[in-house]
Ligand binder design. Structure first.
Ligand code: ITT
Length: 195
């Protein structure tokens, strides 16, 4: 199946391709579509719907969007849907991680629980499919690891005793919010198509 990845985040596209090897995934750039979709939704699901439907309406081609983020329990689930804008527009991933660590410096180890959340929405001629995935972990006191992107260097997963930035791509995809959401999405798509 040919789909446009309704995202400007190259790391998401890389992970889409790793997790969905049977799909022909093309970027907005490759599809010749250059629009910025404002993320005005209050939930990951609403924002992924906004992004996928905007690209589908413009292209007429099946479009798949990912809205994701980090919910830190001790921060009342912040940064949540604002994960990409934490600290304001224009910060780098490293600067956002630094800000998170600063805001959590007095939080003890046992209260540093967090989860990554991912909502996937496909909009196509056949309608809409939405799926969600979550991944539980803890926020480290310092960044470790070179893989992944975003908050991966501070997202510690007990099962591996590593951050998601220390995992190999296939290890991260096996447990990640995005891996779970995309596998759930494929299940729903197959059910809808009677496969
Ligand atoms: P698009 O909206 O164009 O898809 P974006 O990067 O702005 O790209 P989001 O609005 O969904 O995407 O924001 C998600 C943010 O949450 C992202 O910028 C990362 O900082 C973080 N994030 C999401 N998935 C992550 C992952 O697998 N590892 C680390 N951080 C992640």
């Amino acid at each position: 199946m040919k789909v446009i990845a309704a995202t400007k985040n190259k790391n998401k596209i890389r992970e889409f391709k790793e997790i969905l090897p049977d799909f022909e995934i093309i970027s907005q750039e490759e599809a010749g579509i250059d629009i910025d979709v404002e993320e005005t939704g209050a939930t990951f699901e609403e924002n992924s719907m906004l992004k996928a439907s905007a690209i589908y309406e413009k292209s007429g081609i099946a479009s798949i969007a990912d809205d994701s983020g980090l919910e830190v329990y001790a921060l009342k689930n912040a940064p949540g849907v604002y994960s990409a804008r934490y600290g304001g527009e224009g910060l780098s991933d490293e600067e956002r991680v630094e800000l998170l660590l600063k805001n959590m410096k007095d939080i003890p180890k046992e209260e540093r629980g967090a989860r990554f959340v991912c909502a996937i929405t496909l909009v196509s001629d056949e309608g809409v499919i939405t799926a969600r995935g979550e991944c539980e972990g803890e926020i480290n006191y310092a960044p470790i690891g070179e893989n992944g992107f975003g908050y991966d260097p501070v997202f510690y997963v007990e099962k591996f005793d590593k951050t998601t930035a220390q995992l190999l791509p296939e290890e991260k995809n096996a447990i990640s919010h995005r891996g779970k959401a995309l596998r759930e999405f494929v299940k729903k798509l197959n059910e809808k198509q009677g496969v």
